[in-house]
Design a protein around this ligand. Structure first.
Ligand code: SF4
Length: 228
């Protein structure tokens, strides 16, 4: 059995990494990060720094054919929560390809840092389920959500107790995600405008070019103007 830790550098996947290192010291671990091409500029360097604390290398994977911005530009639309190509094409698939190409062990546990508290969809997840898509005659892949029942306060306390820092982006945003993410609230969008104006401008220009908005409530200009 080998453990693949899906890592983003955010608080939840960092707490999960620390927890798995403590809970399963003898199990072989691989930390894999999917780079959507729309990460914070220091996301990979930051993530490597976290992995260094645990003596684990970070494997960074990408979709060979597109980044987040290229995907949006080609499709002429942004992903939506019910049709989330960003996570399937840019995160899930590259990580599963990495697993197929790099792990020969017949049992793979793919650990993800989702928490039930985050959304109604995540609340329906189980801690452990067989990944039917990735399981075949030579390999069984399990999806494992070890911190599913944790609250945000527990995550923060767990990291604080171990002296593991949070990325500075948490000073103004609740999540360390893509620079602008389809799930951001109006408050988050205005924080991005203030703290990462380049990312704000890139998405605002892309919205104008393709005639489609990233958020349900309107375009970024409307968010900036306080109309949303
Ligand atoms: S962080 Fe947001 S925009 Fe980026 S891949 Fe995930 S859901 Fe999509």
């Amino acid at each position: 059995m080998e453990l693949v830790i899906n890592f983003s550098g955010g608080k939840d996947s960092t707490a999960m990494l620390a927890y798995l290192v403590e809970k399963f010291p003898k199990v072989k671990k691989h930390v894999v990060m999917a780079d959507t091409g729309w990460e914070h500029p220091d996301a990979i360097e930051w993530s490597r720094g976290i992995c260094d604390r645990f003596g684990l290398p970070l494997h960074v994977v990408r979709n060979r054919n597109k980044t987040f911005l290229e995907m949006v530009e080609r499709r002429g639309m942004f992903p939506a929560s019910e049709q989330r190509q960003c996570t399937s094409d840019l995160k899930r698939d590259p990580i599963n390809t990495w697993i197929r190409n790099n792990i020969t062990d017949p049992v793979v546990i793919s650990a993800m840092g989702m928490r039930a508290q985050e959304s109604s969809g995540r609340a329906k997840l189980k801690v452990l389920t067989r990944d039917k898509r990735e399981t075949n005659t030579v390999r069984t892949v399990w999806k494992y959500h070890p911190i599913l029942k944790w609250t945000e306060a527990q995550v923060r306390a767990y990291l604080a107790e171990r002296g593991i820092p949070l990325h500075p982006v948490y000073q103004h945003l609740g999540r360390f995600s893509c620079r602008v993410c389809i799930y951001m609230s109006a408050h988050d969008v205005r924080q991005v405008q203030q703290h990462d104006p380049e990312a704000f401008r890139i998405i605002a220009e892309l919205e104008d070019r393709i005639g489609h908005t990233m958020m349900m409530g309107g375009n970024l200009a409307d968010y900036a103007a306080g109309k949303v």
